[in-house]
Design a protein around this ligand. Structure first.
Ligand code: DC
Length: 222
């Protein structure tokens, strides 16, 4: 039996890929994988257990047996609802550091692939198209300037009542871009055959519409 279709959406931090991927999954009735959340969960769990960020072997063991579950848009680590706790800048930076370790990435590979079930999957991350789902029917790379992405994140935080400074966000984001792009293991890159969409001047709805159009064209050709 052929595998269900995958739409892989990769891109740098704050490129809007999570919001876009979730909206597309909802419109198509597909499953959704937020792969960054898995790296963030390893970051949070390892921080709670005081595991040294330099200890890749121990981090990989932890990643292999993470007690995680996703329920109605909420993310649980064991019994604890950590949906908000994994979204801090501190956890994002820690996630970006441990995501550079090959053993950690391998430990999370099977878990990511287990999200692929009928009728299909929308997966977002850095290496969805290049490593985890190379057979994806549609590969999208969303990008936006660092300034536009920092401004988006700034507005999100302020809207949630979380104090933020634009220049700090811009610096953190550039630091993460550099680390995610320059690492040896599965770096952030435009995969072969991926369609690139520059979103600095587009709304979420516009991006969703373009990707859905691309998907319909691909389906029509099959
Ligand atoms: O998408 P995000 O910001 O939630 O991801 C957090 C970190 O996890 C990101 O800085 C790099 C890493 N990551 C990764 O290496 N590969 C993925 N597929 C997803 C995220």
């Amino acid at each position: 039996m052929p595998l269900p279709p995958v739409i892989a959406i990769d891109g740098p931090t704050a490129s809007g890929k999570g919001t876009v991927a979730a909206a597309i999954a909802q419109k198509l009735g597909f499953h959704y994988l937020d792969s960054g959340a898995l790296y963030r969960l390893v970051a949070l769990a390892s921080k709670n257990q005081c595991i040294d960020i330099g200890n890749s072997a121990q981090l990989a063991v932890l990643a292999e047996k993470l007690p995680i579950s996703f329920e109605n848009g909420h993310i649980f680590l064991g019994e604890e609802n950590v949906t908000e706790a994994i979204r801090t800048e501190e956890i994002g930076l820690r996630a970006s550091t441990l995501a550079a370790y090959v053993d950690v990435r391998l430990a999370l590979t099977g878990l990511q692939r287990s999200f692929l079930k009928p009728p299909g999957l929308v997966a977002d991350g850095r290496d969805m198209a290049s490593v985890i789902f190379p057979g994806a029917i549609l590969k999208v790379f969303l990008t936006a300037t660092a300034q536009a992405r920092a401004e988006r994140r700034y507005k999100q935080l302020i809207a949630k009542g979380i104090p933020a400074k634009l220049e700090d966000l811009l610096r953190d984001l550039q630091e993460r871009d550099a680390r995610d792009s320059n690492r040896g293991a599965a770096p952030l890159l435009v995969a072969d055959g991926a369609k690139v969409l520059e979103t600095s001047d587009l709304s979420i709805d516009q991006v969703v519409a373009v990707v859905l159009d691309w998907y319909q064209s691909v389906i029509a050709q099959h």
